[in-house]
Design a protein around this ligand. Structure first.
Ligand SMILES: NC(=O)c1ccc[n+]([C@@H]2O[C@H](COP(=O)([O-])OP(=O)(O)OC[C@H]3O[C@@H](n4cnc5c(N)ncnc54)[C@H](OP(=O)(O)O)[C@@H]3O)[C@@H](O)[C@H]2O)c1
Length: 362
């Protein structure tokens, strides 16, 4: 009988929280999987056995016996190809992925026909960014008749903890060149350039955020039909943000392409702790409502970004496990709205929406 949930990367930073939450809902059916069985066992023990340990390397794929008992896979690591995803589909296993890596997510999207053929649902973009950013963008869109421009900004606290895979992803994208959609066409942009002053709300004030290759900006032009979408990143320390932008401007971030430099920076960032563990998202949407120009702002603040990612993912997992969702490959905003996920975020999360400067939702 298909009833198990495998969280691949389940004893990692994001995976642990997903496992704990789902372990409470489905005790004994959730498996924390990774390549190191001892780590999986140690983590399982901290859950009182509600989450079980599993040794698994995604490169090796499934044991058929195990696959036939799995209903849902939640992927908490970055994969280099879609072989494992396709094997999930072939075994009739529902699939979710917290990856923020656009090129990989685009490859999974191309498996739409395969997902329909095997009658499974896959949900992508399920963390903070992408994830909650997509749902806030949807919320902004719903308050207008038409959105012309969406500017998304994410602020991460230097005092927050991030897993190794998340730090590697961020470092690999610091010097990235990528394309964004502008007026329906593609334009080339560079990470940590084109700074934009963003109002993160009364508590945090204005910060300058810079272009960053989050996947939401590649997906939302299609899923929400918005012709101009950008995503930017900054840190709670304006000095650190400015310092990185300066290194980018003089070309020094290119050194991150050298393996020893990358390794040293990833290791250093894993240890740095100063400032707070907060995160914030701001959506600026400009469009039209009742034939007049309208400006919608959505603010989201909270603490512990990885926990927010895991909480959003666990809320989606609960729905996907119960299902009734259409077959195929979807991004979160194509199946859910913010209200479906809000209950899962902790009480420290605050969301505010303003239309033309007037607060409409608290
Ligand atoms: N959407 C968002 O907003 C958002 C936010 C944060 C993070 N993320 C993404 O979430 C993912 C996880 O991040 P994290 O911070 O939790 O990373 P992490 O702490 O490094 O965890 C990664 C886990 O994957 C396991 N793993 C690595 N390679 C594996 C393989 N080949 N087979 C099976 N397991 C493997 C690792 O264990 P072993 O090495 O022992 O196998 C580890 O448990 C990353 O893709 C990150 O980019 C997304």
């Amino acid at each position: 009988m298909k009833e198990n949930i495998i969280v691949v990367g389940g004893y990692g930073h994001v995976g642990q929280t997903i496992c704990r939450q789902l372990g409470e809902l489905y005790p004994g059916k959730v498996y924390a999987a990774g390549r190191n069985f001892t780590r999986a066992e140690q983590f399982s023990a901290t859950t009182g056995g509600k989450v079980k340990p599993l040794q698994m390397n995604v490169s090796d794929g499934f044991e058929p016996d195990m696959a036939n008992r799995v209903k849902l896979v939640i992927m908490c690591l970055d994969q280099s190809d879609t072989a494992f995803v396709r094997s999930c589909f072939q075994y009739g296993i529902r699939y979710m992925d917290v990856s923020a890596n656009h090129s990989f997510l685009a490859e999974v999207e191309r498996l739409q026909e395969e997902a329909c053929f095997y009658e499974v649902t896959a949900v992508l973009s399920i963390g903070l960014a992408p994830g909650l950013t997509n749902l806030l963008a949807l919320q902004a869109k719903k308050l207008t008749d038409h959105v012309d421009t969406l500017d998304i900004a994410i602020m991460l606290g230097m005092g927050d903890q991030h897993g190794n895979a998340a730090i590697e992803w961020t470092v690999d994208n610091l010097a990235a060149d990528f394309h964004v959609v502008k007026e329906g066409g593609e334009v080339a942009v560079q990470s940590f350039t084109d700074g934009r002053l963003t109002d993160f709300g009364a508590k945090l004030g204005y910060r300058r955020a810079y272009r960053f290759n989050f996947s939401d900006q590649h997906v939302l032009p299609r899923t929400l039909g918005v012709p101009n979408v950008s995503t930017r990143l900054c840190f709670d320390s304006a000095a650190v943000t400015g310092w990185i932008a300066g290194l980018r401007a003089v070309g020094l971030l290119r050194l991150l392409k050298l393996k020893p430099v990358r390794r040293a920076v990833v290791a250093r960032l894993g240890k740095i702790r100063f400032g707070e563990d907060l995160y914030a998202v701001k959506i600026d949407a400009k469009g039209r409502k009742d034939h007049k120009a309208v400006y919608v702002e959505c603010f989201l603040h909270g603490r512990n970004e990885a926990q927010a990612t895991a909480q959003a993912a666990a809320a989606v997992a609960e729905r996907l496990y119960g299902s009734g969702l259409p077959h195929g490959v979807y991004h979160i905003e194509q199946l859910f709205d913010l209200d479906c996920i809000l209950h899962a975020l902790g009480p420290e999360v605050t969301i505010e929406t303003r239309i033309d400067g007037q607060r409409v939702l608290g």
